[in-house]
Design a protein around this ligand. Structure first.
Ligand code: NAD
Length: 468
């Protein structure tokens, strides 16, 4: 039994928390914008006042250095909370739709109503940001919310359970700790929205549980996000640097990590050289050296899975791939990989980067079309025709050109998957929208003029009055 198991929230307590959150919502306590704004600012304060503790939890869970704690987690949480607090009035304002003339005397309004009491179930790889960003959307929308962080990021989950009740209204926002058993109980309750980030297999379980209760659900899943490097029209050194940076973040344990790289055959060796140059500049003493700040693999099971993948591939490990102590593995560049290689069976979710040589851009696109729809496709090209082919002939949650991870930096755009990488989206206003019901409101004035204009609809009908 691990240290966190003993702190898992018992089922009865989960039900009590659920009832409390429901009651708080029914009382309307989370409705006033001032209340929501205060809670959002409290989220930012929580992170700012406890930054060192948060960084320490990420170090304990994933061996993350301060930069990799701040850039993708602490920073985005603070910025998103402030962004939501600032835009709350605009997002929540009722809308007046443009209606046709004959209804212009009616009051037609779309109210931005909070969905109610929602739950957010999150994964271990970015334990803070993937738990708190959806929570920010729920708070902004006026919902009450339960969060269920992953049991595999124990230090982060325990710290969340300690800090959230200190900073946020405990009657409206709560943390429940647990693994599959506790989450199964959570899913047996009737929520007004389920927000889930994690694997495709558990995503299916969540979607089935949601269907039983007719609960709307957002599924932020993973998948095999491909890269195409157009060796004919891109700066290979910049491309290699940006791809390797994206792959080594969090030791490759990122839902939007570049999973594998397609490149025209004749450019493969130049690309590998460019990777080697980037590799040496990132880690002059190697990624396992004590000076290296590369994160580690989360646990033994994933460590062994990565090692096994490397031993099974029929590609050639060009460099990297040594496994070291403390669950650390060097990023591995594997060349000459075939599309049916074991490395291509599932999402790698580790520091291994297969390179698949292809004849041309059309061959890369046809491979991508034959695989499950990815969360993101990365294309490194400055060629308009190649760019247009990817826009028109591929599907994915996002399409990012000449960079990795740009999509998580722009919270004015929706982030989400398509097909097997999930459905629904969030970030910024899209998070607010996810937890908001667009409630139609119509008031038809009972005055004599309006009533007179509607006489033709009442029985007894007279022929010709309402015929087209
Ligand atoms: P996971 O599916 O194992 O766990 C996610 C959550 O589900 C955890 O809170 C866990 O306790 C719970 N869970 C696990 N088994 C369950 C079960 N049988 N019933 C109910 N709940 C259960 O995912 P993970 O390993 O933590 O995360 C890795 C996956 O998440 C990868 O596929 C990655 O690509 C994906 N991911 C997606 C995004 C995104 O934004 N789209 C972000 C991060 C990770």
């Amino acid at each position: 039994m691990s240290s966190l198991d003993s702190k898992y929230t018992p089922e009865q307590q989960i039900t009590e928390i659920y009832n409390r959150l429901k009651e708080t919502f029914r009382e309307g306590r989370t409705l006033p914008l001032e209340y929501r704004r205060k809670q959002l600012l409290q989220v930012a304060r929580l992170v700012q006042e406890n930054a060192d503790a948060l960084k320490a939890s990420l170090k304990a869970d994933l061996g993350r250095c301060p930069v990799e704690a701040t850039l993708p987690e602490l920073g985005p949480i603070v910025l998103s909370a402030l962004h939501a607090a600032k835009n709350l009035d605009a997002w929540s304002s009722p809308e007046k739709p443009q209606v046709e003339d004959w209804r212009s005397g009616w009051d037609t309004t779309i109210f931005k109503a909070p969905k109610g009491t929602v739950v957010n179930i999150s994964p271990w790889n970015f334990p803070w940001v993937l738990t708190i960003l959806p929570l920010i959307g729920a708070i902004a929308a006026g919902c009450t919310c339960l969060i269920k962080p992953s049991e595999h990021a124990q230090a982060s989950a325990a710290l969340m359970a300690e800090l959230i009740p200190k900073y946020l209204d405990p009657d409206a926002y709560a943390v429940c700790l647990g693994a599959a058993k506790e989450t199964t109980h959570v899913l047996s309750l009737k929520w007004d929205h389920i927000f889930y980030t994690g694997s495709e297999s558990v995503g299916r379980i969540v979607a089935q549980a949601a269907a039983k209760q007719l609960t709307p659900v957002t599924l932020e899943l993973g998948g095999q996000s491909p890269v195409f490097v157009d060796g004919d029209s891109t700066n290979l050194e910049i491309a290699a640097k940006r791809i390797l940076w994206g792959k080594q973040q969090n030791a490759g344990q990122v839902c939007v990590a570049p999973n594998h790289v397609f490149v025209q055959e004749q450019h493969q060796s130049a690309l590998v050289e460019a990777f080697r140059k980037a590799y040496d500049s990132f880690w002059p003493n190697g990624p396992l050296d004590s000076s290296s700040e590369m994160a580690r693999v989360v646990n033994n099971s994933h460590y062994n899975r990565n090692k096994e993948l490397l031993s099974q591939t029929s590609g050639k490990v060009a460099f990297g791939g040594q496994a070291g102590p403390g669950l650390r593995i060097e990023p591995a560049i594997v060349t000459g990989v075939k599309v049916n290689d074991p490395l291509m069976d599932t999402e790698i979710f580790g520091p291994i980067l297969p390179i698949i040589p292809v004849a041309d851009v059309d061959a890369a696109i046809s491979h991508i079309q034959s695989m499950p729809t990815p969360l993101v496709i990365y294309v490194f090209t400055e060629n308009e025709e190649t760019r247009n082919k990817f826009i028109q002939r591929t599907q994915s949650g996002q399409l990012i050109l000449n960079e990795t991870f740009a999509q998580v930096a722009v919270y004015e755009m929706p982030f989400g998957g398509q097909g097997q990488s999930g459905y629904g989206s969030y970030l910024g206003k899209y998070s607010f929208d996810t937890f908001t019901h667009q409630r139609g409101y119509i008031n038809v004035p009972p005055d004599a003029g309006t009533e007179g204009s509607m006489q033709g609809r009442y029985p007894p009908y007279s022929a010709g009055v309402l015929e087209f």
